[in-house]
Every structure is written in structure tokens, then in C-alpha cells.
Design a binder for this molecule. Structure first.
Ligand code: GRG
Length: 294
């Protein structure tokens, strides 16, 4: 399969659906809706929703059943970026190739746009028609737990608290699991749940998501030191400047690359329960993420 063509067609599908779910820019309060759309349609890779759809595909599900869940994941991810960029967090001026939300709309509106993106995610999930094995409350719980105080936010807390400290490898793994791998794992799990897959397949994609999510963050850490801001579309070299806990800082660049490859191999292996054709997009996505340049 041609992964570039696949990604472009999925991105278009997701963007159309997001445009449908988001209030129009002229809906009151217009500043808020413009700020939400500014960050959401700033050209993100749409990885989490694409993974959600690919997992649904691997389990023989319908794209249309997974689409609301995929959109909800992108809203939660974008909210986390908007809040992460705030002066009181990572204080970033540049994201997805343009000035950050608070730079354009001010801190107050950026905070509220993030809040509204998080909230609308749950409204969008309510458009899903659940499959027999996984009812609405299990879908809501899945997404709430992943975004909540013991996963995404726990990762952000640990990340903030680790700044400037001497961080051990197991602490770094904890941050990556919570901050990055949890949402990526939930992305493939929700796609799988939308396809009414059996518990064996759900366990397999959970393992896949963990390996892929951890590899993704190791690569993200590597790119921060090896790429330019222009290519990344966000400020490069910030991790070192902010004395962030990263893989290259803790184990060095070469060992970090080897670790990303090992985790990606683990992710591939987790998919052995699937028919190889059905899981081809998931395999291709894992390879693409390992080789990515931004
Ligand atoms: C503020 C609650 C809260 C959480 C913040 C997601 C996060 C936690 C912080 C963002 C900073 C960061 C480096 C997080 C790790 C996840 C990550 C690598 C995000 C970037 O994801 P991409 O590369 O971005 O998929 P695009 O813009 O392409 O969607």
C-alpha cells in the first residue's frame, strides 16, 4: 500500500467530519469558535483518528461507525496541545507551523478553546451508535480515563515536575506511557470497539498501541534534537533548553533509535492475531511513524 496516499485520503475524511462537528466560526461566541478551529485545522497529522479508523478496518468494522470516535480523539489531542503551549506550561510560540493559539487569541481564550475542545469530544462521542459488545458508557469511560488525571494529565504533571531534575529511565517511561502512549492506545482500542471486535483482538491492539505510542514519543524526543523548527512546524531544541526529561538526554541518541525500533517491533508482533491484509494499514502506520521526519 502507498502510505502517503492512504494518509492524505484519511486526513481529508477526518477534516470533513471535524468541520461538520465543530460549530461554525460565525457561531457565538465567535472568538472562541474561531480559536478552536484555528488550532484544530492548523495542519496536524491526524494520527490518532487515523489509527482509530485503521484499527476499525483491521477488525472488519465500518469507517462510518468509528468516525465520531476518531474526531473526538483529535479534539482531545488538540486541546492538550493548546494547553501545553500556554506560558504557564511549555510556553511555546509555534505549533503545527503557525503561531500558537494563545499568541493569536490571548491566554484566556486559548484556555477556554482547550476546555471547549475537550468538552466537545464527549458531545461528538454521543453521535456514535455503539456496537453490541461495547455500550456508550464503555466508550465514554475509555476516552475519559485516557484523558484524565491518571493518564494524559498524570503524564503532563510528571513531565512538569521532572523539568530540570535528574530523571531515571523508569520515570521517563512513566511520563511517555501516560502523556503519549495512553491516547494512542485508546485510539486503536476505540476503533476496535466500534467494530465490535472480540476481547482477544482488543488485547492485541492494546499491546500494539502501547508499543507504537512509546516508540512515537522516543522518536518525538529524537526529532526535537535532530530536526529544524521549519520541518517540525514547532520549536525544535526546546527539550534541551527547558531541561526536559527525554530519551536522548537519558540514554543518548543511538540507544534511543534502537529503543524506538525495538518498541515498533513489539507493536508489529502484537498484531499476529490479525489477518495480514486486514492489519496492513496498522503495520504501515507503525513503519511510517518510525521513519517519519516530523
Ligand atoms: C495539557 C492536559 C495536557 C496535556 C499535555 C499532549 C501533551 C500533554 C503535551 C504536548 C506536548 C507533547 C510533546 C506531547 C507528547 C505527544 C506528542 C508527541 C504530541 C505531538 O503529536 P503529533 O506529532 O502532533 O501527532 P500533530 O500536530 O501532528 O497532531
Amino acid at each position: 500500500m502507498n502510505i502517503k496516499t492512504y494518509l492524505t485520503s484519511r486526513q481529508k475524511l477526518i477534516d470533513r467530519a471535524l468541520d461538520h462537528y465543530l460549530p461554525k466560526p460565525n457561531t457565538e461566541p465567535t472568538t472562541l469558535h474561531r480559536a478552536m478551529r484555528y488550532s484544530l485545522f492548523a495542519g496536524g497529522k491526524r494520527l490518532r483518528p487515523i489509527l482509530c479508523l485503521a484499527a476499525a478496518e483491521a477488525c472488519g468494522g465500518k469507517i462510518s461507525s468509528a468516525l465520531p470516535l476518531a474526531c473526538a480523539l483529535e479534539c482531545i489531542h488538540t486541546y492538550s496541545l493548546v494547553h501545553d503551549d500556554l506560558p504557564s506550561m511549555d510556553n511555546d510560540d509555534f505549533r503545527r507551523g503557525r503561531p500558537t493559539c494563545h499568541k493569536v487569541f490571548g491566554d484566556g481564550i486559548a484556555i477556554l478553546a482547550g476546555d471547549a475542545l475537550l468538552t466537545i469530544a464527549f458531545e461528538i462521542v454521543s453521535n456514535t451508535r455503539p456496537a453490541p459488545r461495547y455500550d456508550m458508557s464503555s466508550l465514554l469511560r475509555e476516552i475519559a480515563v485516557a484523558a484524565g488525571s491518571q493518564r494524559l494529565i498524570a503524564g503532563q504533571v510528571a513531565d512538569l515536575e521532572a523539568e530540570g531534575r535528574d530523571v531515571k529511565r523508569h520515570q521517563l517511561r512513566y511520563i511517555h506511557e501516560k502523556k503519549t502512549a495512553a491516547i494512542l492506545t485508546t485510539s486503536v482500542r476505540l476503533g476496535t470497539m466500534s467494530a465490535n471486535a472480540d476481547p482477544k483482538k482488543l488485547r492485541a491492539v492494546t499491546q500494539f498501541g502501547r508499543g507504537l505510542g512509546l516508540a512515537f514519543q522516543v522518536i518525538d524526543d529524537i526529532l526535537d534534537v535532530t530536526q529544524t523548527s521549519e520541518i517540525l512546524g514547532k520549536s525544535a531544541g526546546k527539550d534541551i533548553a527547558a531541561k526536559k526529561a527525554t530519551y536522548p538526554a537519558v540514554i543518548g541518541l543511538e540507544k534511543s533509535r534502537a529503543e524506538a525500533k525495538r518498541l515498533t517491533r513489539q507493536a508489529h508482533n502484537a498484531l499476529s492475531v490479525f489477518h495480514s491484509d486486514a492489519a496492513e494499514p496498522l503495520h504501515a502506520l507503525a513503519n511510517y511513524l518510525l521513519e517519519r521526519e516530523y
